[in-house]
Design a protein around this ligand. Structure first.
Ligand SMILES: Cc1cc2nc3c(=O)[nH]c(=O)nc-3n(C[C@H](O)[C@H](O)[C@H](O)COP(=O)(O)OP(=O)(O)OC[C@H]3O[C@@H](n4cnc5c(N)ncnc54)[C@H](O)[C@@H]3O)c2cc1C
Length: 429
């Protein structure tokens, strides 16, 4: 049988990259185990659609792929800088927050060490049980290449690191028009959509979070022929809370605290700290946008608009543009307006694993992960580990970068130490 592995990672973003590094360091320390990964993109890239000029990281580079677990690793951000000959220059910049462009380069440099282990250009479409004599001994994974060819991979354990799927609001669900894009497609698509410089173009950005604000600012700065409107349901753009006491919820050690709470208490904690990550914007960016509106007033040139308290009720593609039916929620006034382009900065869903694992349903004990991120299978030693979709059980850090270094080590230990332990027990029995 071809393509048989001990561990198969589905998706090769930062989460499974951190896993690849943790496993490599585990092997260097004498551990054993074979890992492979499947990634739908043709090469490594981190949120390439949002690589907006000058946008910066929202966590310290010290929370890179490894430092919190092993500051002596080859894969630290500092070692990357040294290898690129930029360590001193970076120190002179005096920041903990590199640009996303540089962080993508760091992640790509790290990913370059694992080329042999990653099957790029394959999209996983389904997971089913791998059966031997009626027993589940692992998972069979179907992956489709760009040319339509489907390959089967087999693995004792899976680690799903799928990231998010664009969240499309109900008002846009039936709209398939190239003039409506999600924020994840912004860079690359927007330049083509705004290529007509002969007339003013009206662009709407739907959403009030960090991505919406970054896109809005980019539109106002980079495209002089654009009239941009930011459509926000809330009363105002609100700052993200990254103050030090609050930031402790992103410490890997906090996961034990939140995991052991009751469901109700956990939900309360997620709500309490929602303003660290959702529908919030870095304060300096809010201030720059406010300053831009102030200058508009000064110059009596009201080109761009901030439509707070506004909800999009319906979107319709028409030849002259995308018609949005908006409600001003303060006075319930409803009206139609047209845009040449609409950008949905409306976040991500993190439920793709549920669809992919539908074929495993009868073998899974539960869809709630254990503390070690695993889903247990009935009557089988195989496990399916989840990275990035365990916010409800493991807290707000789960979808972010803060915990990657430590989480990947926990998963490597759960997979390899427990199978070594089981092998030992089998020998002794
Ligand atoms: C613009 C932006 C900026 C961000 N900045 C920060 C930040 O500064 N700090 C922070 O902590 N977090 C940040 N985040 C949060 C983000 O979730 C993490 O940065 C990080 O990307 C999580 O890594 P991941 O590997 O879990 O998911 P992803 O990075 O989304 O990687 C998942 C990978 O799986 C692949 N994949 C998905 N489905 C399949 C399939 N069916 N078959 C094969 N491959 C598949 C995808 O192509 C992708 O490469 C940011 C998010 C965005 C959108």
């Amino acid at each position: 049988m071809q393509n048989v592995h001990d561990v198969l990672g589905v998706g090769f973003g930062p989460s499974n990259l951190a896993l690849a590094i943790a496993a490599k360091e585990w092997q260097q320390a004498g551990g054993q185990g074979d890992l492979a990964f499947i990634e739908r993109k043709p090469a490594f890239n981190w949120h390439e659609g949002m690589l907006i000029e000058g946008s910066t990281m929202q966590i310290s580079f010290l929370k890179d792929l490894v430092t919190l677990r092993n500051p002596q690793s080859h894969f630290t951000f500092i070692n990357y800088l040294k290898a690129q000959g930029r360590l001193e220059d970076f120190i002179n910049i005096q920041t903990f927050f590199p640009t996303r462009e540089e962080y993508n380069d760091y992640l790509s440099w790290a990913a370059g060490h694992f080329k042999e282990q990653v099957h790029y250009g394959q999209q996983v479409e389904a997971v089913s049980p791998w059966l031997e004599d009626g027993e589940v001994v692992g998972m069979a994974v179907s992956a489709r290449q760009a040319d339509g060819q489907v390959t089967q991979h087999y693995s004792r354990h899976l680690v799903m690191g799928l990231g998010g799927t664009p969240n499309i609001p109900a008002a846009f669900s039936g709209v398939t028009d190239a003039r409506v894009i999600h924020s994840s497609q912004y860079r690359g698509r927007i330049e083509t959509l705004l290529a007509d410089h002969q007339r003013p173009l009206k662009v709407a950005v739907v959403g009030g979070g960090q991505s919406a604000a970054e896109i809005f600012e980019d539109l106002t700065q980079r495209f002089p022929h654009v009239e941009a409107s930011m459509i926000v349901r809330a009363a105002a753009l609100k700052p993200s809370d990254d103050s030090p006491f609050v930031n402790e919820i992103f410490n890997p050690s906090f996961i034990d605290q939140i995991y052991t709470q009751s469901n109700r208490r956990r939900r309360e904690m997620l709500t309490e700290f929602r303003n660290t990550n959702y529908a919030v914007v870095d304060l300096p960016l809010i201030e720059r946008i406010y300053q831009m509106f102030y200058l508009q007033k000064l110059r009596q040139d009201p080109r761009h608009h901030m439509l707070t308290h506004h909800a999009v009720e319906q979107a319709t593609a028409q030849p002259e543009g995308i018609q949005l039916t908006l409600t001003d929620v303060l006075d319930a006034r409803q009206y139609n307006t047209h845009f040449d382009v609409v950008i949905l900065a409306t976040g991500y869903r993190r439920d793709q694993h549920e669809t992919l694992l539908a074929g495993m349903a009868e073998h899974l004990e539960t869809m709630t992960p254990d503390r070690d991120y695993s889903l247990r299978l009935r009557n089988s030693e195989s496990r399916i580990y989840l990275q990035g979709c365990c916010e409800m059980s493991h807290g707000l850090s789960d979808t972010l970068l803060s915990v990657l270094a430590v989480r990947s080590q926990e998963i490597v230990e759960a997979i390899f130490e427990s199978s070594t332990q089981r092998q030992r027990e089998a020998v002794l029995a």
